[in-house]
Design a protein. Structure first.
Length: 197
């Protein structure tokens, strides 16, 4: 009887320590796992050991966008490349209202908690950068470092900074500078598209 109670105690302890892996509703490619996050089976790839590094992809990608970098990062870190809600390998039909950046911002910290990762290095690219930025802002206790690569979402922080510092102090100069920068961007874009080549 003591052995039975001891085994039961271990089972209960492990249930709270180990992440709860989901049985996927769709086919997962080899080497890809999933864990239930906010009622959704989030797919991810894991590689390496050490301090955790969580990679968050952009709008036009999924966990596969990190495939070339995973082995490099895995030499030093325990790397997790997540696929955000409704990205591959799920074949989403567009139904429902839970595909939003806000939902992704809620899912990533829950993934970190479910996987019992503690403080992580969080790297976000493009839309994933906006997700990572907001995850770090709302959950600083989960973040060791925040790494943003070509991130969107910085505009919100800029407007908060400008408001906090009573900007613009000289509206005319600021407007002239913005017009000049806007012209430079248009010229660069025209060159990139080939109209001046």
């Amino acid at each position: 009887m003591k052995a039975l109670r001891g085994n039961f105690a271990w089972a209960v302890l492990l249930a709270f320590v180990l992440p709860a892996h989901a049985d996927p509703k769709w086919l997962l490619p080899g080497g890809i796992k999933s864990v239930e996050v906010n009622g959704y089976e989030m797919a991810y790839q894991e590689m390496g050991s050490g301090v955790p590094l969580v990679l968050v992809h952009g709008a036009m990608n999924d966990y596969r966008s990190w495939s070339q970098l995973m082995p490099v990062f895995a030499k030093k870190y325990r790397v997790f490349a997540v696929s955000l809600r409704h990205y591959f390998p799920e074949r989403w039909d567009g139904a429902g209202d839970d595909f939003s950046i806000e939902q992704h911002i809620e899912d990533v910290p829950e993934f970190i908690k479910k996987m019992n990762l503690g403080k992580v290095h969080l790297l976000g690219h493009s839309r994933g950068g906006a997700v990572a930025l907001n995850v770090a802002k709302r959950n600083p206790e989960l973040i060791r470092t925040l790494i943003l690569e070509d991130a969107s979402g910085l505009e919100a922080l800029l407007s908060e900074y400008l408001k906090a510092n009573d900007w613009p102090r000289k509206p005319l100069q600021t407007e002239k500078r913005w017009r000049r920068q806007s012209l430079q961007v248009r010229l660069i874009e025209a060159y990139r598209l080939g109209s001046t080549r």
